[in-house]
Design a protein around this ligand. Structure first.
Ligand code: SAH
Length: 247
């Protein structure tokens, strides 16, 4: 009878251990990231009026592997509570900001959400976990393509991505229950305001491209009226395209 080489067994055990260890490391890093988000939420409560992020948002962020959405060179920092470069001069937002904006949107399982500024697709993935349908627009074609491929590979079937200028929204699928914008606009984009459902909300940064910016929460109270609340001073990359002429 042929003897099994023990070395094969040892190698197999080592391989299993490595896979287990890296999966475990990812989970513990994600847990640490969530703890930092919770702590930062408490620090900023006086500004934001938010004392705790909704547990469904935190759970979605714990489940989505942020390291898959950042470039290979930045993987070591994937779970750090900071923004990271994603190429083309763009950034993936700081996890705390992703959590806060998603919390403010109060996404329900029946919602149709529009996102402007797909970037890496990370925020899109968080929204897709919580909403029924997500439409997302990215102006840089290469980013739109890579995010579309990544989200498809990771099994998100409720996301539609297109390359274009998000300043104009996505008329065919409007009105939206919720709209999130992840690039700073010099003023409220009028078409986006039009495309929010009555009773719906939009969260977006507004301000100067090189200066003061604020995160704003906009609620559509009737066909003609909105309520606005300033949430927090922030720092975002600029909305390019049509928006740039108003800066
Ligand atoms: N939500 C992204 C953050 C990306 S940063 C993430 O999680 O990775 C903002 C993104 O907005 C950039 O990718 C930028 O190219 C895009 N953007 C800027 N102006 C835009 C516009 N007018 N329409 C659509 N996308 C725009």
């Amino acid at each position: 009878m042929k003897q099994r080489t023990p070395i094969k067994g040892v190698l197999l055990a080592l391989a299993c251990l490595c896979v287990f260890k890296s999966a475990w490391a990812d989970k513990s890093e994600a847990t640490r990231m969530i703890a930092e988000i919770m702590e930062m939420t408490r620090y900023s409560e006086d500004y934001t009026g938010v004392s705790a992020i909704d547990s469904a948002v935190l759970e979605a962020m714990r489940e989505i592997d942020r390291s898959a959405y950042v470039p290979k060179e930045s993987r070591a920092f994937a779970f750090a509570n900071r923004p990271l470069g994603i190429g083309h001069g763009q950034t993936i937002s700081q996890p705390f900001i992703v959590a806060l904006m998603t919390h403010l949107l109060n996404v329900q399982g029946t919602d149709t959400v529009l996102e402007i500024g797909t970037g890496s697709g990370y925020q899109t993935a968080v929204l897709a976990k919580l909403a029924a349908e997500v439409y997302t627009i990215e102006i840089v074609e290469a980013l739109a393509k890579s995010a579309a491929a990544l989200l498809q590979e990771r099994g998100f079937a409720n996301v539609s991505i297109r390359t274009g200028d998000g300043w104009f929204g996505w008329e065919e699928h409007s009105p939206f229950d919720k709209i999130m914008v992840t690039a700073v606009a010099p003023k409220l984009p009028p078409k986006l305001v039009d495309q929010i459902k009555v009773g719906g909300v939009m969260v977006l940064p507004v301000g100067e491209y090189d200066g003061y910016q604020e995160l704003m929460l906009v609620k559509k109270v009737s066909d003609t009226d909105i309520e606005q609340r300033i949430v927090l001073p922030v720092r975002f990359v600029p909305m390019t395209g049509e928006a740039a002429q108003y800066d």
